[in-house]
Design a protein around this ligand. Structure first.
Ligand SMILES: NC(=O)c1ccc[n+]([C@@H]2O[C@H](COP(=O)([O-])OP(=O)(O)OC[C@H]3O[C@@H](n4cnc5c(N)ncnc54)[C@H](O)[C@@H]3O)[C@@H](O)[C@H]2O)c1
Length: 264
């Protein structure tokens, strides 16, 4: 129970890595706010967690992380359910595979808004709780694409690189406040394959790379991953758990990248 007595908000908790993190944090004793643009998915995950633990620890709410007017009432509602927020996992994200010349300015802006502005707004919305209690953990979601770039992925890679810059800046700014700010940069995680097949509920990748089969994507990346295996959502959840724990109190401004050796 490494998060016993702690409160945590996980954004994008309705699917994939956010769902796995919420499930693990619940088992580790945290009380949870599950924020997602899909109320239905967030409620589904909250119901699963509460049923598994046989008590109500998870509360769902809907908001688009990039919209301050939606976020403010959603966070206020979660704060009413949970009390002051101790841990924030900025995980909500979208993906799109597209040639650079085909990316529209609307698509560019949406990618930056969801990832960078969303991380900025969510952090601003909860950090005063952390300042007041003198303890806090902010965990942002980058990607190996933000570390080394990605073909047909310029807007996504740019957003993820910006998140790394934001993470380090906030780590510096809050270093003496008991708040750590770190990023997790996942490599290729196997839920992406379900997304390619269009099976992942709520995934945004599906429509964009429908020309490529999941098996082609898997083989493409397996050749490049030294461990010759894709990650699992739980690999990322455990990285989140470490950074959220008391044991990680001396870790700040870092990028932890579970990626099977893909980027070193
Ligand atoms: N899966 C991977 O291989 C991988 C690799 C590197 C980084 N990542 C990052 O990890 C994070 C989670 O990815 P995933 O694979 O679990 O994706 P996913 O599509 O399975 O889940 C993302 C969740 O975020 C929600 N969401 C999307 N836009 C939102 C918004 N504007 N406001 C609130 N919620 C929103 C979706 O509804 C969904 O429930 C993303 O930031 C992604 O960029 C994933």
């Amino acid at each position: 129970m490494r998060l016993d007595g702690k409160t945590a908000i996980v954004t994008g908790a309705g699917s994939g890595l956010g769902k796995a993190t919420a499930q693990l944090f619940g088992r580790e004793g945290a009380r949870l706010g599950l924020l997602d643009i899909s109320q239905r998915r967030a409620e589904g995950v909250a119901a699963e967690i509460n049923a598994a633990l046989q008590r109500t620890v998870a509360f769902a709410c809907r908001a688009d992380v990039s919209k301050k007017d939606e976020l403010a009432p959603a966070i206020a509602q979660l704060r009413e359910n949970l009390g002051p927020i101790n841990i924030l996992v900025n995980n909500a994200g979208i993906a799109q595979i597209k040639d650079f010349l085909d990316i529209s300015s609307v698509e560019w802006q949406r990618m930056l808004d969801v990832h960078v502005k969303g991380t900025f707004l969510c952090t601003q919305a909860v950090i005063e709780d952390m300042l007041n209690t003198g303890w806090g953990r902010v965990i942002n979601t980058a990607s190996v694409a933000g570390m080394e770039g990605g073909p047909q992925n310029a807007h996504y890679a740019a957003a993820k690189a910006a998140i790394i810059g934001l993470t380090r800046s906030l780590a510096l700014e809050f270093a003496r406040s008991g708040i750590t700010v770190n990023a997790v940069a996942p490599g290729l995680i196997d839920n992406i394959l379900q997304a390619v097949e269009g099976r992942a509920q709520g995934s945004t990748v599906a429509g964009n790379i429908s020309q490529t089969t999941a098996e082609q994507v898997r083989q493409f990346f397996l050749r490049r991953i030294p461990m010759r295996q894709l990650g699992k959502p739980e690999d990322i959840a455990h990285a989140h758990l470490f950074l959220a724990s008391d044991e990680a109190g001396y870790v700040t401004g870092q990028v932890l990248s579970p990626n099977g050796g893909y980027v070193m």
